[in-house]
Design a binder for this molecule. Sequence first.
Ligand code: SF4
Length: 221
Amino acid sequence: MDSAVHPSAKTGSEPERIPLSALNQHLYCARRAYLIHAEGVFVANEHTVLGDLAHAAVDTPGYEHRSGWELLRALPLFSDVLGLSGKADIVEVRRDASNRISEARPVETKKGPARRWGNDQVQLCAQALCLEEMLGLPKIGSGFIYHVASAKRTEIAFDTPLRNLTISTVHAVRVSLGRPAAPVAELKPQCDGCSLRGVCLPEAAAKPANLNRLFEPREYV
Ligand code: SF4
């Protein structure tokens, strides 16, 4: 395993701009988001390496045309309103007669199948909110998550519940990252694929009663 200071790590209290990826991490596990983005802890495992490989093809800025859409790769994103910054893997755009972008839809690349925590959907919706603000566009209806393993795209509608969840997640992340300490570890299904398990030690938090009994006075046998 490889451990390093994460490039988005913040020192001090509340971050000025929240990385888009922190929304994803927070919904997966608030402790993981804190350890990565507030404390600068990062540990690679097979999932993070595969994720990096999946992104390799879209991490180089550039553009191309496909099926009537112009594809912008590795496009920097921001929102002054929400205090967000990051990057979109791909933004598909169309332009009007005066070459202004009149339609846009983000496409996020993920290595595996859809995950259960709503985190990928929120990250994608946050990208759409950034694009609406940056480009002065009306509400973007949907975007796509491209699953490398199956080579399939899942369309994600940016409906009111998802928009509300995204905005509330931004606020929750800002509050969490501004706290002086990480949320306590909690053993849960997400821990199985988490690269930070070896430093987080959720098992220790899950069995304090059993651990305490180790130190209780007792008869020798
Ligand atoms: S091991 Fe579990 S509790 Fe710890 S950071 Fe990962 S997902 Fe969160």
